[in-house]
Write a protein that binds this ligand. Structure first.
Ligand code: SF4
Ligand code: SF4
Ligand code: FES
Length: 317
């Protein structure tokens, strides 16, 4: 074949293993294998439709818009979340429900836990001033910080990969809920107590900034930078939760001394408690805490420059 001629042979089939589980009748999940005729530009959804229409009429999956708008068709394909209606089919696929979700049947997962938590976050505008009719007096500059957040289709792909949500009873709301909350918190019309909701209810400081959620978001929302960090800043400024106290103390200590002094950080975050004293007594002999350094307010070389850098960055904000 000439190196310039195009490969024209289309693969003739797709091999797919589908997760099957009906909690009402099955004790454990199983996988069923199917071979589906391949067609050009075939989407994952086309494969699921073919199986449902020709091979397994009882197979459960979900979709609505077929156009990357409703977020209902997200499934795990070969271990990674994908929108079935939008992504191209691979020739070999194992398709499972999104991880960490309760299965209703086969690929259909329950959204109840997500919707219930969303309801606790006052997910609509709490207006500072009475609505005066359309058009609202908003400028493009006021709307810019939430422009990407408004693209969220609540597919929950990000929730399914968040490592913090995988911890039992983490109490963390997860990235999709933080996107919804941040959109409201950054809306100039909103007067809701978003700092308290983000800090206490959504527990935003549990986010470890691993960026897994951004990696899988099908609409490329900068979740950490444009949703989570603004919420952390809001909670930090309001100082409503211990996580915020820790962040504030961290900055204060580095700003004052030019380095992180663990003893002073613990003292500022937790206060002088019996447990803190016990911990300190264990850490001093191991050299983890230098008492001289901790309580003599000595700065590191260059501390003044660090302090000035902090002050100028605060002025920019
Ligand atoms: S942030 Fe992205 S991944 Fe998460 S729910 Fe919204 S669209 Fe889906
Ligand atoms: S960046 Fe935060 S919210 Fe996103 S996956 Fe990591 S821990 Fe979860
Ligand atoms: S069916 Fe609506 S996003 Fe896929």
């Amino acid at each position: 074949m000439s190196p310039f001629s195009k490969q024209t042979t289309e693969p003739d089939k797709v091999r797919v293993r589908l997760y099957r589980f009906d909690p009402a009748v099955d004790r454990t999940p199983r996988y069923e294998a199917y071979e589906v005729p391949h067609t050009p530009r075939m989407r994952i959804m086309d494969v699921l439709n073919y199986v449902h229409e020709n091979m397994a009429v009882d197979f459960g999956y979900r979709w609505l818009c077929s156009a990357k708008k409703c977020g209902t068709c997200a499934v795990n394909v070969n271990g990674s979340p994908k929108l079935a209606c939008w992504e191209e089919a691979e020739l070999e696929m194992t398709i499972e429900p999104l991880s960490g979700m309760q299965v209703i049947r086969d690929l259909v997962t329950s959204r109840d836990a997500f919707e219930a938590l969303l309801a606790t976050l006052s997910p609509t505008l709490v207006r500072k001033a009475e609505y005066r009719g359309f058009p609202e007096p908003l400028t493009a500059i006021q709307l810019a910080p939430t422009a990407h957040l408004r693209d969220c289709i609540q597919c929950l792909a990000c929730q399914s990969v968040c490592p913090v949500l995988k911890q039992p009873d983490s109490g963390f709301a997860g990235p999709a809920l933080l996107v919804a909350l941040s959109e409201l918190a950054q809306d100039p019309r909103d007067g809701g107590d978003r700092a308290r909701l983000a800090g206490e209810v959504a527990q935003v400081f549990k986010c470890v900034s691993c960026y897994e959620c951004e990696r899988v978001c099908p609409v490329d929302i900068p979740i950490v930078g444009e949703a989570i960090e603004p919420l952390k800043r809001l909670v930090y400024q309001a100082g409503v939760v211990p996580g915020a106290r820790h962040a504030r103390a961290f900055l204060d200590v580095v700003k004052a001394r030019g380095y992180l002094n663990a003893a002073v950080l613990a003292l500022k975050t937790k206060g002088l408690t019996l447990n803190a004293l016990r911990l300190a007594l264990r850490l001093v002999p191991r050299g983890k805490i230098d008492l001289g350094k901790a309580f003599l307010k000595r700065g590191a070389p260059g501390a003044k420059v660090i302090s000035k850098t902090y002050e100028s960055s605060e002025e920019v904000k």
